[in-house]
Structures are given as C-alpha cells and as structure tokens.
Design a protein around this ligand. Structure first.
Ligand code: HEC
Length: 116
C-alpha cells in the first residue's frame, strides 16, 4: 500500500484522505525556515525526546488518536496548553498557522530522518 506522499504544501485542510474511512491522516507539510527554528527551540524539546510523555515526532500511532479530535482542536490545545503540555509549547511568537504547520509536521511520518 502506498499513500501519496507528495501532497502540495498549500493543500487546504483536507484532514482525511478519502481512503475508505480508515485512519485519520494529515497532509504532510514542509516547515518554513523560521518555523523550523521555532520548532527546534520549543516543540522539539519534548516532542522529539523519548523521556517526555509527549506524542513523539513522526510517531503515527501516538498522533492518530489526537488527530481524531480534529486539527483545529489540536491547534487550540497547543496554544492554550493541555495537561503536561505548556500553553504555546514554549513558543511565544508562534502564530496559529505556525502551530498548525508544526502539528502536521510532527504528526506525519516524514520527519523520521532529521535533516539538521
Ligand atoms: C515542555 C514540553 C513540551 C513542549 C515544549 C511542547 N509540548 Fe506539546 N505536548 C507535551 C506533552 C507532555 C503532551 C501530552 C499531553 C497529554 O496528552 O497529556 C503534548 C501534547 C501536544 C499536542 C496534543 C494535544 C491534544 O489535544 O492531544 C499537541 C498538538 C502539541 N503537544 C503541540 C505542540 C507544539 C506545536 C509545540 C511547539 C510549539 C509543543 N507541543 C511543545 C509537551 C510539550
């Protein structure tokens, strides 16, 4: 089974691929240079750290049930905080668009190889 990996970056919020109601999926995204920097300074501290209870970057299983809540809810939870997840994920200058991109970035498997 091969899912189409190359979906346009500008893809609108098509949360689910039309595949027969299987697993929820987010379209992969490429972070801008700025978002990448912010990500490394904040989210990555916990979301790419096995010692943290945070759902790990590229861990599809861990993200699956989160994605089911819907991307807008995840963006809101990231901004307002959620249990052990601090409000804004320690990123004070991230915009809602940044959060959305970073969440999609973490929740899609494309990040298993770190490029930095
Ligand atoms: C200090 C550690 C820490 C940082 C930094 C952090 N997170 Fe988290 N995050 C967590 C933890 C822990 C959870 C799991 C919370 C839970 O489910 O109880 C979490 C959960 C989440 C969730 C899932 C929320 C839900 O509704 O299930 C999202 C989305 C998220 N983080 C986004 C981000 C983003 C985006 C950033 C960077 C801007 C970030 N996080 C930075 C610790 C962190």
């Amino acid at each position: 089974m091969q899912l189409t990996k190359k979906i346009s970056i500008a893809a609108p919020i098509f949360l689910m691929l039309t595949a027969c109601g299987s697993k929820p999926a987010l379209a992969p995204v490429t972070l801008t240079e700025q978002q990448n920097k912010l990500f490394q300074q904040s989210c990555q501290t916990c979301h790419a750290n096995a010692a943290s209870p945070a759902p790990q970057m590229g861990d599809i299983n861990a993200w699956e049930k989160r994605i089911e809540k819907g991307l807008p809810v995840l963006v809101q939870n990231a901004m307002q905080g959620f249990n052990a997840m601090p409000a804004g994920g320690l990123c004070t200058i991230c915009t809602p668009e940044d959060f959305e991109a970073m969440i999609r970035y973490m929740a899609t498997a494309q990040t298993s190889t770190q490029n930095k």
